[in-house]
Design a protein around this ligand. Structure first.
Ligand SMILES: Cc1cc2nc3c(=O)[nH]c(=O)nc-3n(C[C@H](O)[C@H](O)[C@H](O)COP(=O)(O)O)c2cc1C
Length: 387
């Protein structure tokens, strides 16, 4: 696929930020780019990578290297994937479908969000290997209904996000008049009108192609319009969810079952004992509890307790270097959030593919410069704190 014109100067993932900020309405830009409260966790996630030093080895003949990575009996072409991001389709035209298509073409994992605006059945058609992330209520009937629907769709990797017992505190978003779902209001209307490229390139195009987007995947087949004067904000009923619900789901779900949002070795041990297949070590990109520890800082102690589980990592990964550092510290796989959302907004499938290629070439360059042919020895290239 040719590089989209708008991407000719996108030479690293951070280069997406300025164009995304000017393309998107302020409310959407803030919703995606900020964390919660004072953004301490969001910023800490990035800074944590700069505390890790690498010690390359030389003359290792790295000419036959590979960045492929095995996960759950599958070999992916790259060690990174796209994590769940709700409401993506209001950022970029058909964003969820484009994530699915680009991930399939590049052979990397994509986890569709339970808050996505496209039915899971349509996304699975575009990419039968898609994973599904669910926000579940402490109500086994509704968890069961959702799990049955996911299974019927043919999806086999189910991720339960567990770091949102109640929503994060997003004062900046509320000030802009942004809610999810949204009541029409003057601020949002003006915001949209002042961003005509988004208005025509994403919003109007979506309305013309498939009508008003709906939240489609909250368990039952009830569809919730993203913008409606009548819509009631859903009161969150996840605060009663506990390990017993997860164990119950483990017994029921025959595919891979993962938790997303684990930050402690104790919870890791419990997850391993409960028979989970994997956990995402994640603070939700700093979008939930502000000052929640950057996942990179606790990754080694969590990886030490993983048992048979896979350790998946996200939060602040912006460079191939970061991917390699997370793998070196014990992650089995790494996920990159916001940059893919910006790429989907600015360049649809081509944009996402461009970002995948950029990141892959950075990972490849990093292992070569470390004197490694794959990820086997990268743990030895970390400077230990005692040095
Ligand atoms: C706009 C946006 C929406 C998100 N929606 C979800 C979601 O629906 N479910 C979920 O588990 N995580 C969600 N996340 C968190 C991501 O899955 C991921 O943990 C985070 O973005 C990783 O941090 P990074 O953006 O710094 O790479 C969302 C993140 C963003 C930016």
């Amino acid at each position: 696929m040719p590089v989209p014109h708008r991407f000719r100067n996108i030479k690293c993932l951070e280069d997406l930020e300025d164009p995304a900020e000017s393309y998107l309405p302020w409310a959407l830009w803030e919703f995606a780019s900020t964390g919660t409260e004072k953004n301490v966790s969001r910023d800490g996630n990035r800074r944590a990578f700069d505390d890790i030093w690498l010690q390359p080895r030389v003359l290792k003949d790295v000419s036959k290297r590979s960045i492929a990575r095995n996960l759950f009996d599958k070999t992916y072409a790259m060690p990174f994937g796209i994590p769940p991001m709700g409401a993506s389709a209001v950022f970029g035209f058909e964003a969820d479908l484009n994530f699915a298509r680009a991930a399939r073409a590049a052979n990397i994992p994509f986890v569709m969000s339970g808050s996505a605006l496209v039915p899971m059945e349509k996304v699975a058609e575009a990419n039968p290997d898609v994973w599904f992330q669910a926000y579940v209520e402490a109500n086994r009937e509704s968890i069961g209904q959702l799990a049955d629907r996911v299974w019927k769709t043919g999806i086999r990797n189910l991720v339960i996000t567990v770091d949102v017992p109640v929503p994060g505190n997003r004062a900046a978003n509320y000030r802009r008049g942004f809610e999810y779902p949204m009541r029409p209001n003057l601020k949002i209307l003006l915001d949209g009108l002042l961003h005509p490229r988004w208005l025509t390139g994403t919003f109007m195009r979506t309305l013309l192609a498939s009508g008003m987007p709906h939240i489609e995947n909250y368990g039952t087949l009830e569809r919730i319009p993203i913008i409606s004067a009548k819509v009631k904000q859903r009161s969150h009923v996840r605060d009663a969810l506990d390990w017993e619900d997860i164990k119950w789901l483990r017994d029921k779900w025959k595919g891979k079952l993962l938790l997303k949002g684990v930050l402690s070795p104790e919870d890791t041990k419990t997850a391993a004992k409960a028979g989970l297949d994997g956990i995402f070590v994640s603070n939700h990109g700093g979008r939930m509890l502000d000052t929640a520890v950057p996942p990179l800082k606790v990754l080694p102690e969590i990886a030490a307790e993983k048992g048979e589980m896979a350790i998946l990592f996200d939060g602040g990964v912006r460079r191939g270097l970061d991917v390699v550092k997370a793998l070196a510290l014990g992650a089995d796989f790494v996920f990159v959030g916001r940059p893919f959302l910006y790429a989907a907004a600015l360049g649809q499938e081509q944009g996402i593919r461009h970002v995948i290629e950029l990141l892959a070439s950075e990972v490849d360059r990093t292992i070569a410069q470390l004197g490694c042919c794959d990820f086997e020895d990268i743990g030895d290239r970390l400077v230990q704190p005692s040095k």
